[in-house]
Design a protein around this ligand. Structure first.
Ligand code: DX5
Ligand code: ZN
Length: 220
């Protein structure tokens, strides 16, 4: 069964605790927390203090997606705030192996995010360090964008790479997910689907998550 990671980027920040409870009660698997610094991407979103405030109110896996320059500088503060999984962008790290080592030594799961133009080759020498590969199916920085179907083959390439290496790494697909494209991503090998607009951007996030799950059963 595919896992769903609602992205808070599309949530009502004025009622974030309630919004998180809504998706948690509806069976979300991860809470995808999009962190943007205004440099790696133009928008600025949340910092570790928001994670710290949410932590006591949710048992969800806090999946922190660092869309920030020099993520090495932010890792420990998000982990101390309660992150269960920290994803850094391969494009943002001068020392990707070092950044992932920093995450792992704190007994937290580590992810690498690949922008649409980035080749999976960048994963070759860090596979033993990672728990998650985030394949961006939009250019990072905004919610509500259209899924880039030309990235679908990359999901299959990464899936084959992980199977060949025999590593227990999940594939998360992030950007533009909705019931129409979700089955396409799952068919290529996605394990976790991030959904912002298609969940929090709807009147009933619980129903929206169910629709995405159902679409993967039918379309799969
Ligand atoms: C984009 C973020 C995504 C985004 C997903 O930079 O990484 O997580 O918020 O939102 P939707 O599902 O609306 O594309
Ligand atoms: Zn994200």
């Amino acid at each position: 069964m595919v896992k769903i990671a609602p992205s808070i980027l599309a949530a009502d920040f004025g009622r974030l605790k309630d919004e998180v409870k809504k998706v948690e009660d509806a069976g979300a698997d991860y809470l995808h927390i999009d962190v943007m610094d205004g440099h790696f991407v133009p928008k600025i979103t949340v910092g570790p203090d928001i994670v710290k405030c949410l932590r006591p109110h949710s048992r969800l896996i806090f999946d922190v997606h660092l869309m920030v320059k020099e993520p090495e500088r932010q890792i420990s503060s998000f982990i101390e705030a309660g992150a269960d999984l920290v994803t850094v962008h391969a494009e943002a790290c001068a020392h990707l192996h070092g950044a992932l080592t920093e995450v792992k030594k704190r007994n937290v799961k580590a992810g690498v995010a690949l922008n649409p133009a980035t080749s999976p080759e960048v994963l070759s020498y860090v596979l033993p360090l990672i728990d998650l590969v985030v394949i961006m199916t939009v250019n990072p920085g905004l919610g509500g964008q259209t899924f880039l179907k030309e990235i679908l083959p990359k999901i299959k390439v990464v899936k084959e790479m992980l199977l060949k290496a025999g590593v227990p790494v999940e594939i998360q697909v992030d950007g533009g997910i909705n019931p129409q494209v979700a089955p396409l991503a799952v068919k290529e090998g996605a394990d976790v689907l991030v959904a912002g607009a298609a969940v929090f951007g709807t009147p009933n996030p619980a129903e929206a998550m169910q629709r995405i799950r159902e679409s993967c059963k039918i379309g799969h």
